[in-house]
Ligand binder design. Structure first.
Ligand code: HEC
Ligand code: HEC
Length: 296
């Protein structure tokens, strides 16, 4: 909405412009437009005898000008343009936008209607569904999980057998709807200067790396007091908390002594954002089936 001043400023300026055009047309038309009149001259002379005549505009051209004036009046009556006047059609940018959104919603529903009653297994067999899932993945997930879904440091590989938050379609759907917030606090203080390298060695041993056996053995009991609550007695993790399995060769941050030490010292807070507001439930089903198809 324009303020009262600008409202009248625009209205007066627009009306004056249109009236001005009208007047100008009439004035030029009248200069030398009477039937039977000699065509006058403008009084301009070049090269002694080259005069500029004052012929009227061709009629068809003149009428075109009148037509544009009529059009502008009609347009301003129908559509917004004259200050705050709304126009009798009631058109607004917003209503046009909303109408277009409604049309695309219907189109989208038609696309997804085909898949509505399919199970995740059926979606995974369906080329068209996987194609939609692949495109949704490329647009919404690839920037974090990589275009091949193999992840990067801190961003899990979605094509392997390790699922920090549990395997399967439902777990992926939960990740998409609610997001996933992992929370491992810094724990170096609980282990002390002596305990830290011992636990690091033990974690490396869990994953099958060769380490100082004595150091690792000393780490085991510390692991079972400080780490077990989340990573489990045997270190295989807990999907309820997103605590990863430490007994395989799959790492989110890294399995070398330095990175494990870092993990324990600073803690880790991996955060997968919720996509509930970004993707419709139908879209989440497509992308979940696609992700699941990658690891199968
Ligand atoms: C802003 C970065 C980001 C985006 C975008 C993102 N993710 Fe994630 N995602 C993460 C992070 C980080 C984690 C690990 C969270 C943690 O540490 O537990 C994760 C975890 C997951 C998990 C759980 C993996 C497991 O091992 O349990 C799934 C499934 C997943 N993402 C799927 C997706 C899908 C599908 C999309 C696209 C719709 C997506 N993510 C978009 C960052 C992202
Ligand atoms: C409060 C629960 C909790 C406790 C206690 C805990 N962790 Fe964790 N830990 C987690 C979670 C959750 C993650 C995943 C972090 C993420 O995804 O960002 C994790 C991740 C890790 C990782 C990274 C694994 C990878 O793939 O890179 C290592 C290593 C680790 N923890 C070792 C330990 C050790 C050793 C202890 C004991 C000193 C310990 N954790 C105690 C919850 C815990």
């Amino acid at each position: 909405m324009l303020s009262a001043f600008w409202n009248w400023f625009v209205i007066i300026l627009t009306v004056l412009s249109i009236l001005g055009c009208w007047w100008l047309l009439n004035w030029t038309k009248g200069i030398s437009n009477r039937e039977g009149d000699d065509v006058g001259t403008t009084g301009h002379v070049w090269d002694e005898d080259l005069e500029e005549l004052n012929n009227p505009l061709p009629r068809w051209w003149l009428y075109l000008f009148y037509l544009t004036i009529a059009f502008s009046i009609l347009y301003l009556a129908m559509f917004p343009g004259l200050g705050n006047v709304k126009g009798f059609l009631g058109w607004t940018q917003l209503s046009q936008y909303e109408a277009e959104v409604a049309v695309s919603q219907v189109a989208k529903q038609n696309v997804y209607a085909v898949f509505q009653d399919m199970t995740p297994e059926q979606l995974m067999q369906n080329e068209e569904a996987l194609g939609i899932g692949r495109r949704l993945f490329a647009n919404n997930c690839a920037m974090c999980h990589g275009s091949d879904a193999r992840g990067a440091v801190g961003f899990p590989n979605l094509t392997d057998s390790e699922w920090q938050w549990g395997p399967g379609y439902d777990a992926i759907m939960t990740a998409l709807k609610q997001g996933r917030q992992a929370n491992m606090p810094p724990l170096a203080a609980a282990l002390g200067d002596e305990g830290l390298p011992q636990v690091v060695a033990y974690v490396q041993q869990l994953s099958g790396q060769s380490v100082d056996a004595e150091l690792a053995a000393a780490g085991q009991s510390r692991f079972q007091t400080v780490c077990m609550a989340c990573h489990g007695m045997d270190g295989t993790g807990n999907p309820m908390l997103g605590a990863p399995n430490l007994t395989n060769d799959i790492w989110l941050y890294g399995g070398d002594a330095e990175t494990i030490t870092q993990t324990i010292m600073t803690g880790r807070n991996g955060n997968m954002p919720s996509h509930a507001d970004i993707l419709d439930p139908e879209q989440r089903r497509m992308v979940a089936a696609y992700v699941l198809s990658l690891s199968n």
